[in-house]
Design a protein around this ligand. Structure first.
Ligand code: GRF
Length: 199
């Protein structure tokens, strides 16, 4: 089984996935990194690990459709079975998500459906909730919306700052995302409507 990771930035989840592969917790191959940002630190991480990088800038295409078609072509060439979004800062079109239905995972740094969007941790912290966490879900047409695979909570203590909370949440992400990927690659996920059953 071949996995493509899509990322636009730092790539700490990408590194966690690579560590899981190295230690045998994930047996599928991390075959491709798709990145839309030439300045993203994740590119260096992939190159150092020997993972092929497909750097594809939206500005290089006249339409979003052409941009996604270039990505699809590359995914097909690499015989990708699973797409893992790890800080990919671009919305996928409904055509794209339909084409790879139940084959795209995303991780969100909050307990969905609360605090959707790009600032999940900050929004939860500022709201004053006492519990937040991480969610791994299948991707559908709506942002941060598809069927939930795994969800793990973290307590927000009075002593927490935004920075300490961010570090707790990221640490948890690095454990939970490889677990979800492993479940997928072992064929242990069954989607029934909005519910995901783990076999
Ligand atoms: C993570 O917090 C993830 O939940 C969100 O984007 C962030 C990516 O971080 N979708 P990194 O690039 O993996 O360090």
């Amino acid at each position: 089984m071949n996995i493509a990771v899509f990322a636009s930035g730092r790539g700490s989840n990408f590194s966690a996935i690579l560590r899981a592969k190295k230690s045998g917790r994930i047996s599928a191959d991390i075959s491709l990194l798709v990145c839309d940002n030439p300045k993203a630190p994740v590119i260096g991480k992939a190159k150092r690990a020997g993972v092929e990088v497909f750097l594809v800038k939206r500005e290089g295409f006249s339409s979003g459709k052409d941009f996604e078609e270039a990505i699809i072509l590359r995914l097909q060439q690499a015989k990708i079975d699973l797409i893992v979004l790890a800080g990919y800062m671009r919305l996928l079109s409904p055509e794209f998500t339909q084409k790879f239905k139940y084959k795209i995972l995303n991780i969100h740094p909050a307990l969905l459906p609360s605090f959707k969007g790009t600032q999940g941790i900050e929004d939860a912290f500022n709201y004053g909730v006492k519990l937040c966490g991480v969610t791994v879900h299948f991707v559908d047409e709506e942002m941060d919306h598809g069927p939930i695979i795994l969800q793990v909570a973290v307590k927000i203590e009075e002593a927490d700052s935004l920075e300490s909370l961010e570090s707790k949440v990221h640490k948890l992400e690095h454990k939970v995302y490889p677990q979800a990927i492993r479940l997928f690659t072992e064929g242990r996920l069954r989607v029934q409507g909005r519910k995901v059953r783990i076999l």
